[in-house]
Design a protein around this ligand. Sequence first.
Ligand SMILES: Nc1nc2c(ncn2[C@@H]2O[C@H](COP(=O)(O)OP(=O)(O)OP(=O)(O)O)[C@@H](O)[C@H]2O)c(=O)[nH]1
Ligand SMILES: [Mg+2]
Length: 367
Amino acid sequence: MDRCGHHKRGCRSALSASITLVSALRSLVIKERPTSQRRLAPEPGMKPIIIGTAGHIDHGKTSLVKALTGIDADRLEEEKRRGITIDLGFAHLELVAPSGEKLRLGFIDVPGHERFVRNMLAGVGGMDMVLLVIAADESIKPQTREHFEICRLLSISRGITVITKADLVDEDTLSVVKLEVDDFVRGSFLDTARSPIVSVSAITGAGLDELKHEIVRLAADVPARDTDAILRLPVDRAFVMKGFGTVVTGTLIAGKIKKEEEVEIFPEKKRARVRGLQVHGAATDQAVAGQRTAVNLSGVQLEELGRGMTLASPDTLGTTQRLDVQIGIHQRIHQALLVRQAQGACQVRLDDVRIQQQHRIVRFQRQ
Ligand SMILES: Nc1nc2c(ncn2[C@@H]2O[C@H](COP(=O)(O)OP(=O)(O)OP(=O)(O)O)[C@@H](O)[C@H]2O)c(=O)[nH]1
Ligand SMILES: [Mg+2]
């Protein structure tokens, strides 16, 4: 790709704006807790923030999470063997903002490989902010675009663009990549007028402090989640843990969950008891909205659980056969959207992509 010429025009002002922003933020002070304290149960009053990664394969998402938190989010043996992320990975870090507010950052690391985009999709729901990771030696690639569009379609409203592998390129190349990225995110939730571009190296550690400053700055605007609302925990993993039994994990998106309480698993409407709870790997009696939570359940088998289900308080949710669906189309897809009702089935067709359900379209309205 010719990185020069085209991108050199008209981008200086945006670049200088981001430099001004960065210098203004240097006055922030962040206190980091020693590693030995990081597995303690979160203190009450600590603000939970969920941060997701996004970006092309091998652009350094997992390495960045590890450089920030010290935790390797690639937990599967196959991931370690192949050197790629396959499924969602998790890590956490506590920071204290200059205001004294304590932040509990939960990271969700997603795979960049195009074949695992379904797993990426399962991770992005519930994120408070995203780190869009772009490698300095490759710049914008297909899954950079795809993940960015997914974040936009899911209305993620906060994020930071992180240029990784800054140690692999010279200053001139880095500047050109920044200009390309500036152009790419213009007009979006990552526009440099409100979201910075930070360049880092997971190898040398360069830029990591600045990135933490920016995370803390954005975290201040993340609204607190409603801990008094009805408990809802969408399941993103279910597994059996030796000596404990069935465990599900997910981001608690509303309400709170307590040890020993009864929960209902939707849509199966199966009841179970909360035998144990963990937040970021530490045992606790209660988890609140915004926290990454693992729930040890009794009265339910692994086969009855899976990604996509929701844990809630008994009798608080209902299942339905009628949905209002708003279909958003990826900006770069120009093919016509075809929605039709055929033989009692609803068919949504987009070029060669088909979504077919044995349900009926009651009304279709084009906006
Ligand atoms: N030189 C250099 N190498 C890096 C840096 N960050 C990551 N790498 C290397 O790039 C390769 C891919 O890094 P990962 O962190 O696994 O990339 P990823 O984006 O998580 O990859 P997927 O999850 O498979 O999409 C590894 O060999 C890393 O060591 C960096 O800042 N500098
Ligand atoms: Mg990875």
